[in-house]
Design a protein around this ligand. Structure first.
Ligand code: ACO
Length: 310
């Protein structure tokens, strides 16, 4: 069966780091102990721009794949924090990376990267050769820094992959879903700040991602025991632990980067993937489960055989 595979990857974080202690010393009524114990977060990177982080991560992915913008049929930027309302952030990325083909943004909040990966895989099956998929967000622009219930959670970042047509499918199963009736539990109005019912997001996320991961595994014909690495959305390590435990995946098979990055929305999964490939945890042949959720609520899971060189 023909399909696609990832041939290049990259990520980018802004230089400026805000630690939990910085937040507490800045006047937020919180502490490093509380934040780390409840979320797994120690710090977040802030001060990025969605387009610039996308360009840096995208360039790394192109270089790794050994291609240039001229070889790319489409760039998709998954983001809910575009530089401008119009045009899409993908237009800036398109210009700066010299992309030959099309450009569009995808808005599914934190699920956006996995949604975009699925869309790219589908477009490759209809004839496109090579797609640059980026997840990037600048949530620090939308954080209410006086709201301790949400300010502690978010940061900025970008991650990217090049997806190419391939003789064998490496994306073996997908699941995506949404429950728009839950759109009120997390939202940001135009010119507003992130507003969230943290407990309800937590509960809904655990339920939805667990079921979604099971659906994707069933579609791929694999079991949880066969998963080498769970690469989850990084929103709260306790959410990751709850999902992993319900799926029967031990935590030492989960890629956790949240301590350094906090939740940078559509960027978390490609950053976690990039991190675990670069530090050689993920090896060729490994079976990956990508899974996450975002405001909407939206959720998406993918099962992937990591075969960058075959
Ligand atoms: N520091 C210290 N105390 C705090 C803080 C803080 N930062 N935040 C809340 N508290 C207090 C509360 O006021 C409360 O005090 P009380 O008992 O005196 O009333 C107590 O701690 C417990 O608060 P809870 O809200 O019950 O804490 P919880 O354990 O649920 O943790 C959290 C809150 C971290 C927000 C958690 O619910 C969570 O992570 N939810 C998921 C949120 C999420 O993932 N959002 C992103 C979705 S992805 C996207 O699309 C962007």
């Amino acid at each position: 069966m023909s399909g696609s595979r990832i041939t290049g990857w990259g990520s980018n974080l802004p230089e400026k780091v805000l630690t939990n202690n910085d937040l507490a010393e800045g006047g937020l009524d919180t502490s490093d102990e509380w934040i780390f114990e409840r979320t797994g977060i120690r710090q977040r990177h802030v001060g990025g721009s969605t387009s610039q982080m996308s360009i840096h991560a995208g360039k790394q992915a192109l270089d790794m794949a050994g291609v240039t913008g001229d070889d790319i049929d489409l760039v998709i930027v998954a983001t809910s924090t575009p530089d401008q309302l119009m045009p899409g952030t993908s237009a800036t990325v398109h210009a700066e990376l010299g992309i030959r083909g099309g450009a569009c943004d995808m808005q599914a909040v934190c699920s956006g990267f996995t949604y975009a990966l699925m869309a790219a895989n589908g477009l490759i099956s209809t004839g496109l050769e090579r797609i640059l998929v980026i997840g990037a967000d600048t949530l620090s622009d939308y954080v209410d820094w006086e709201d301790r219930g949400s300010a502690i959670l978010f940061g900025d970042g970008a991650g990217a992959v090049v997806l190419e047509k391939h003789d064998n499918a490496t994306l073996l199963g997908f699941d995506l879903g949404a429950d728009g009736l839950h759109r009120h539990i997390g939202y940001t109005d135009h010119d507003g700040k992130i507003t969230m019912d943290g407990k309800e997001v937590f509960r809904t996320a655990v339920r939805a991602v667990t079921q979604s991961a099971k659906n994707a595994m069933a579609e791929a014909g694999v079991t949880a025991e066969e998963i080498d690495w769970f690469v989850p959305h990084q929103a709260n390590v306790r959410i990751i632990e709850s999902i992993a435990s319900r799926l029967g995946i031990p935590m030492d098979k989960a890629v956790v980067t949240i301590q350094d990055t906090a939740n940078n929305s559509a960027a978390t999964i490609p950053i976690a993937l990039d991190t675990a490939v670069r530090d050689a945890r993920i090896q060729p042949g490994d079976l990956l489960l990508l899974g996450g959720f975002g405001f909407g609520m939206t959720w998406a899971s993918a099962i992937m055989r990591w075969e960058p060189n075959v």
